[in-house]
Design a protein around this ligand. Structure first.
Ligand code: LIP
Length: 258
């Protein structure tokens, strides 16, 4: 199944890279973009993935759910659509398979760099076939990836306060604009800590498994991240760093009554 899955992700990447006739529109708010490529990639994966696992259903960012059942594909056809719309060349295809509420397989593919991050529950994580592991950097030498809640700007001041408190504790901050890729970078040890306030299940499902299978820690404030609704997610290379970030996030979100 993993072979078929990575092949599908690669093909999805090829479809993404074809910008011929690209059209960009907004959904809901002015900063939440969708492109014709998001739709094309999702249409392709909605047809292809259920063929790999008979009886599986599908949930995609653009067109929602098709089918029912305990085996479900959770797909972000283009994670980092704002980057994609501007041709910034940092966007990923994110595919997770969940069974009875647990993610059992995940793939994040970055077509611009041809990086294929994969994980299977209990079998570790890999990048282009090579096993990967989170870093062992202490918090003081960590690179922090985060965002400032662009789609829900009423949460932005809280996110800035969190950044303001984390920056003095770590080395520096980056924002790549795709949570799936940032989680994959954490799994490979290139970055070390991560927080976003408002993520959707398709942004995180594959990346969370890749982080855990690479030895990292991720979750929400008081347990696992949510797959039923949007929510915050914290990830780190160690329990210590996870705890330090979680305490700050808990305090700042608590202040907002979230
Ligand atoms: C994006 C996330 C990113 C987040 C953006 C957005 P999209 O997903 O992956 O990390 O900061 O606000 O949610 O909308 O490009 O699929």
């Amino acid at each position: 199944m993993m072979g078929g899955l990575t092949e599908a992700a690669r093909e999805a990447g090829r479809i993404m890279m074809d910008r011929d006739g690209l059209m960009i529109s907004t959904k809901g708010t002015r900063e939440n973009l969708a492109t014709t490529a998001d739709l094309k990639v999702e249409r392709f994966l909605r047809a292809r993935l259920p063929e790999l696992v008979p009886g599986s259903s599908f949930v995609g960012e653009e067109d929602g759910r098709s089918g029912e059942g305990d085996l479900v594909w959770i797909v972000d056809p283009i994670d980092g659509t704002a980057n994609y719309a501007r041709d910034l060349k940092v966007s990923t295809v994110s595919i997770a398979l969940r069974m009875n509420g647990e993610t059992v397989a995940g793939v994040v593919y970055q077509p611009y760099t041809d990086e294929m991050f994969c994980a299977r529950k209990g079998q570790g994580a890999s990048l282009n076939g090579r096993a990967i592991h989170v870093s062992n950097r202490p918090l003081a030498n960590s690179m922090f990836c985060t965002s400032w809640s662009a789609y829900k700007k009423e949460r932005s001041p809280m996110c800035f306060r969190i950044s303001e408190r984390v920056l003095p504790l770590c080395e520096d901050i980056r924002r790549f604009g795709t949570a799936a890729y940032e989680l994959s970078l954490l799994a490979e040890g290139r970055i070390d800590i991560f927080f976003e306030a408002t993520l959707q299940p398709w942004d995180i499902a594959a990346g969370a498994l890749i982080v855990r299978e690479a030895g990292g820690v991720c979750g929400s404030l008081d347990g696992p991240e949510s797959y039923d609704a949007e929510g915050p997610m914290i990830a780190a290379n160690s329990r210590e760093s996870f705890g330090a970030i979680r305490d700050i996030v808990e305090e700042e979100m608590g202040r907002e009554g979230l």
